[in-house]
Design a protein around this ligand. Structure first.
Ligand code: F6R
Length: 606
């Protein structure tokens, strides 16, 4: 997954392209590049690493041209170096690409046979040479049409032509692409976020479509090269100026913003005057839904798993949870009484989108729980429940996770009430507790010093384990994911009761093990499992909630107590020390917290 930008203007574009690339870094940051057209030549500058490095390149500073394309890369084919960085250019054509060309080996063989010379290890370079080849006998529109038909896989493309000083081509299949409109200039971007500082007038390309961007207007075509009309959408015009403020990292800021995330969700969905939950325009009758399937990837998958425990506890719905990359290729039994819920911060994750697409093609009911409301998953779902946590920049998801589980919990309560699975009294009690959640999150955030010291032990360890049962199990998975992605420490999340079936063999003297044992229904069982790992030499960090009852276990290394509330809501609070543990481990190791190695914020390849 990568980020694309294109600008066709009457004024120099290189500085604006660089600024937009910085906004797109959440899609990939292992290399970056820019190409502009000036004096009838394609100028290309590329570098390994962040956009900052590209910006400092003196060749970029001197770059002329009022038309250009730029790219940030997350490597799929070939090492992340400056040769494999995009744009890739022939004498006539320059291309930026997001996605994967699955038949690139075959196409390369064919093109080499025709005398084309390849410079990089990427799949993208075949597109450059195919267009160059097709241009020998066709005009721009036909050669693009022909090229796109030869490509298998997914892509969003931006193309610049040496002989066309007023034209950028954009094309989409599987990966998102947006067109933006400005005064005497027009733009191409992987998403509207990258274009927001330039325009709020956007058109999204659908799969199979391509466009020709001129300074004064944009033409759209379907896959047969037939001209089509597209709607111009007007997005909210405020440019989300989201900066780190006084924080060292976006992640630190985003962790601290979580009371606001919860408040925003509550303000949006709770009718405090009438003590009710409002889910406006929910398009289905509850009697038409007998089961729910939740689908997501990574942290969003953990949100799905978390809500399975709530849905099962508080409703009589059948609930299943799936990892999107597994779901999309399985033989699924689609049932019309099932509501499919897609959870995604970015709303652009390729696997989650493909799972949504599959459900839509099978006529299913689809609902998205997303943060980015202009995203593909949001636009293409029947119904959207936005999480309203604001921009999340840190690659490791924090506030979006709490936002996702909040909305899923609110939906659970509402469906439970409507289906009469929970009594009105229980519903009202839970609503009362929920209203106090922002305060509890705020108080739980104040446990810093202890976690900073604890993180040293994790940093010295070979590996670690995160254990929990019931409501705490998905949180254990999430805690382990945060630690591994930020600190590069091996961390495994496990159901505490499963340890004796194999993983207990991993425990050795001094191994740090996080045990999530809030005072819920599972408490006693989890404490027994904790004793089993302590007996084998583990250094246990127990995370529980405050209580007047003593903890009956010896040799616990460290204990963190979060605030107390009803057991449904404890997962929100247990998450916070785990986010901080991962943050401080990475901080002490000096790692790049907001952009961990090998990752990207929006995963738009499968
Ligand atoms: C981990 C993380 C990822 C994302 C996953 C799905 O901290 O952020 O695991 O949760 O890539 O992304 P979205 O939610 O954008 O679909």
């Amino acid at each position: 997954m990568c980020g694309i930008i294109g600008i066709n203007s009457y004024k120099p574009v290189s500085a604006t392209i660089i600024d937009s690339l910085k906004k797109l870094e959440y899609r990939g940051y292992d290399s970056a590049g820019i190409a502009t057209l000036s004096s009838g030549l394609i100028n290309e500058v590329k570098s390994e690493g962040r956009v900052d490095i590209l910006e400092k390149n003196s060749l970029v500073k001197d770059m002329e041209g009022t038309i250009g394309i730029g790219h940030v890369r997350w490597a799929t084919h070939g090492l992340p170096n400056s040769i494999n960085a995009h744009p890739h250019s022939s004498q006539n054509v320059s291309v930026v690409h997001n996605g994967i060309i699955e038949n690139s080996t075959l196409l390369k063989k064919f093109l080499v046979g025709k005398g084309h010379k390849f410079k990089s290890q990427t799949d993208t370079e075949v597109i450059v040479h195919l267009i160059t080849e097709n241009l020998k006998s066709d005009n721009i529109v036909n050669s693009i049409k022909k090229t796109l038909k030869s490509l298998h896989g997914s892509f969003a493309l931006g193309v610049l032509f040496k002989d066309q000083p007023d034209l950028i081509v954009g094309a989409r299949r599987g990966s998102p692409l947006a067109v933006g409109y400005g005064p005497n200039e027009n733009y191409l971007g992987s998403d509207s976020y990258a274009l927001k500082s330039m325009t709020n007038k956007i058109t999204y390309l659908n799969d199979g479509e391509f466009c020709v961007i001129k300074k004064t207007h944009v033409e759209f075509f379907d896959e047969e090269g037939k001209k089509i009309n597209k709607k111009v959408l007007e997005l909210s015009s405020e440019d989300q100026k989201y900066d780190k403020g006084d924080y060292k990292h976006f992640m630190a800021k985003e962790i601290e913003e979580q009371p606001t995330t919860i408040k925003n969700g509550i303000n949006e969905y709770l009718d405090t005057a009438n003590n009710d939950i409002n889910i406006y325009n929910f398009p289905w009758k509850t009697k038409d839904i007998s089961s729910i399937t939740l689908i997501g990837c990574g942290t969003a998958y953990h949100s799905c798993l978390m809500s399975k425990y709530w849905f099962e506890q508080l409703t009589s719905l059948d609930v299943s949870v799936d990892i999107a990359s597994e779901f999309r290729y399985r033989k699924n039994r689609f049932k019309k009484e099932t509501l499919y819920i897609f959870v995604s911060q970015s709303g652009e994750t390729a696997d989650t989108y493909a799972a949504l697409d599959l459900c839509k093609k099978n006529g299913m009911k689809t609902c998205a729980v997303v943060n980015v409301i202009e995203s593909s998953i949001s636009r293409d779902s029947d119904f959207v429940l936005p999480i309203h946590c604001g921009t999340e920049i840190g690659v490791a998801s924090t506030k979006a996770f709490l936002g996702q589980i909040l909305i899923l919990y609110i939906l659970t309560l509402k469906l439970g009430l409507l289906r009469k699975d929970i009594s009105e009294k229980a519903f009202l009690e839970k609503l009362k507790d929920l209203k106090n959640l922002p305060n509890l999150v705020k108080q739980t955030l104040q446990t810093d010093n202890k976690i900073q010291n604890i993180s040293n032990t994790f940093n010295e360890a070979k590996g670690s384990m995160f254990l929990g049962r019931g409501f705490s199990y998905p949180i254990a998975l999430e805690g382990a994911l945060k630690l591994k992605e930020l600190s590069y420490i091996h961390a495994e999340g496990y159901p505490a009761g499963e340890m004796k079936h194999g993983p207990l063999a991993l425990i050795e003297e001094g191994m740090p093990v996080v045990v999530l044992a809030p005072r819920d229904n599972y408490y006693k069982k989890t404490i027994s499992n904790m004793q089993e790992v302590i007996a084998r030499g583990a250094k246990v960090l127990l995370i529980t909630n405050k209580s007047k009852d003593e903890i009956f276990s010896e040799n616990i290394w460290e204990t963190i107590e979060v605030e107390s509330t009803n057991e449904d809501l404890l997962p929100f609070l247990l998450t916070i020390p785990l986010q901080k543990l991962a943050y401080y481990s990475a901080l002490k190791k000096g790692y790049d917290i907001d952009k961990p190695r090998n990752l990207a914020k929006s995963v738009t390849v499968e």
